[in-house]
Ligand binder design. Sequence first.
Ligand code: PGA
Length: 240
Amino acid sequence: MKKIFAANWKLFKSPTETRNFFKSFKEVSAKATGDLVFFPSAISLEAASETVKGSNIAFGAQNCYVQVQGAFTGENSAQIVKELGGQYILIGHSERRQLFGETDALIADKVALTQSLGLIPMLCIGETLQEREATHTFRVLETQLLLGLAKADKAKPIVIAYEPVWAIGTGKVATPEQVAETHTDVHNILTKMGFTAPILYGGSVKPDNAGTLIKQPHVSGFLVGGASLEVDSFIKIASV
Ligand code: PGA
């Protein structure tokens, strides 16, 4: 399966910073050993769209609403992302689930809408530390996949990002053994459900751990937060 290296910029980088990043990044992007996907903040999407035009760099939004237009103050439209040339929507990131109360049912609608527009949903799943310690990881991931993909079209592309919540932004990366075991579980759950999808790992991925993690079974790439904000560190990760 082709590798994917995705960058989640969260609430960082203005339009100017976005343009400057891509001007430098385009000079090194040919080193990447897989597809490159960036998720800038919504206000910087147009700047991203202008600067990556004609390159091997794809982009998308970090979230979208379940309707493409209407009286939904403050929301983002996947249709507008598509018009800007975006190809992906990140859905169900743990920060959306935890800070903004997103439920699996809402996430399922976002996945369905994204696919119906011809965009690729990148669905994030992951367990909390408490859930891992209680040995509920498998059950949590299975539930998130069953509910989150309840309305998904198996014939259309979808990407899964496994991100243990306790590893996001903490510097505490999952061990290669944990990644191998969990990605195999996720792969098996997806297969049983009839889905074929690349499974990315996310959570404190850095240039010094990416080389080992990419070798683990069913790891098709990474979703990177902090280390994607600098050209050097992200291209190092994307060229493993
Ligand atoms: P991190 O974030 O790489 O900074 O841990 C990953 C993510 O939130 O997608």
